[in-house]
Design a protein around this ligand. Structure first.
Ligand code: 8OZ
Length: 375
């Protein structure tokens, strides 16, 4: 029987166990450059089979929160290189999550103070995180976006390609994860609540998924399909994402991904960070049918599941073959040695809310491992 602690492969990447660290936004990268504690933070967690970095902007336009990291400047890439070298020296594997926020941004974060971009000029009922002049953080409403012109889309696809090349090149990552979840740009195209376009990128399911596949194809060209994963959240309401009929939409997506030979598909089941049984639209989402649509279409990538997994639920998912890996997010914040704690069935520490977003070492690199505590 397969356990969480058995090695496997994720595309071209050999991983020591079936535990992934999910992307976690921590807002500790002033000027989009990973900060002084990022090396220590990721290295402390390198026992995870696969580390997925916090969401990382592919361009200045793709940024929507203060102090999140990027992949579009030489200083950003050099800082990431220190992280990947240290993780590799510790025996770990690390991919970076490619992020364009679309409308989940604020004028003050955009190049030239302009409007954030989106499929349609519909403001999200959502918040972003800003840092005030005195260094304190605050949440603010997202700004009204402008609709992207058809002529602008190739440039964004190109930004994904360039960021991918730099990620697996200069920055030394083992691969990339396309962030197509949680109501950000790619997801904004997918869902009808944020996409009212009347051109080839709006309307039918095929049209709404067009941008996603163009991004996937560019990223695959840049990294090789066996180093590319994608994150999807078919029913999440995060960042005002909405669609009345997610099942056919997301089955169309995974069928299209199947033929592209990706390393993995990473699925947020339910409301991100919330109810696993969250329903969007009329009917409950059929997760088994969703995965079957991918496998039946020839998809061979690792199936990574996420959202509120306990040790028991994770063990069941891997043992039954329902999933190949399980990604844990919040548990990794306060448990740098999460893999060891799960293996030995030790109690888990709870993360402190106040230090999740922004700040320095406190609440970032000072959570002890169990063995340190006992000593
Ligand atoms: C929490 C705070 C800010 C951003 C996501 C990148 O939900 C995020 C995010 C999460 O995918």
């Amino acid at each position: 029987m397969t356990t969480l602690f058995d090695p496997t492969t994720v595309g071209a990447i050999s991983v020591a166990n079936r535990i992934a660290m999910a992307p976690l936004t921590r807002n500790r990268s002033p000027n989009a450059v990973p900060g002084p504690y990022a090396v220590e933070y990721y290295t402390q967690r390198a026992a995870a089979g696969l580390l997925i970095t916090e969401a990382t902007a592919i361009s200045h336009q793709g940024q929507g929160y203060a102090d999140v990291p990027g992949l579009y400047g030489a200083d950003q890439l050099a800082a990431w290189r220190k992280v990947t070298d240290a993780v590799h020296a510790a025996g770990g594997k690390i991919v970076t999550q490619l992020w364009h926020v679309g409308r989940i941004s604020h004028d003050s974060l955009q190049p030239g103070g302009g409007k954030p971009v989106a499929p349609s000029a519909i403001r999200a009922k959502s918040k972003t995180y800003l840092v005030n002049a005195d260094g304190t953080g605050s949440f603010a409403d997202t700004s009204e976006p402008r609709a992207l012109g058809l002529d602008e889309l190739p440039g964004i696809v190109e930004d994904f390609r360039r960021a991918t090349k730099a990620a697996v090149g200069e920055a030394g990552f083992d691969g990339v994860e396309i962030h197509a979840a949680n109501g950000y740009l790619i997801d904004q195209f997918l869902r009808s609540g944020s996409n009212q376009r009347t051109d080839a990128y709006g309307g039918s399911i095929e049209n709404r998924a067009r941008f996603l596949f163009q991004v996937v194809d560019a990223v695959v060209e840049a990294a090789g399909a066996d180093r590319v994963g994608i994150r999807l959240s078919p029913v999440t309401p995060a960042n005002d994402a909405s669609d009345p009929d997610p099942q056919p939409l997301f089955e169309h997506v995974v069928k299209g991904l199947a033929s592209r030979g990706l390393a993995y598909v990473h699925v947020i089941e339910g409301a991100t960070g919330g109810a696993r049984d969250f329903v969007q639209g009329e009917a409950a989402f059929d997760w088994d049918a969703f995965k079957a649509a991918y496998r039946d279409a020839g998809g061979t990538g690792a199936w990574i599941v996420n959202n509120g997994y306990t040790r028991a639920l994770a063990q069941e998912a891997v043992a039954s073959g329902r999933a190949d890996l399980v990604a844990f997010g919040r548990p990794f914040i306060a448990n740098p040695d999460l893999v060891d704690r799960l293996r030995r069935d030790l109690p888990l520490a709870e993360p402190e809310r106040a230090t999740m977003y922004g700040g320095g070492a406190k609440g970032y690199v000072d959570y002890p491992a169990w063995s340190d505590q006992a000593a």
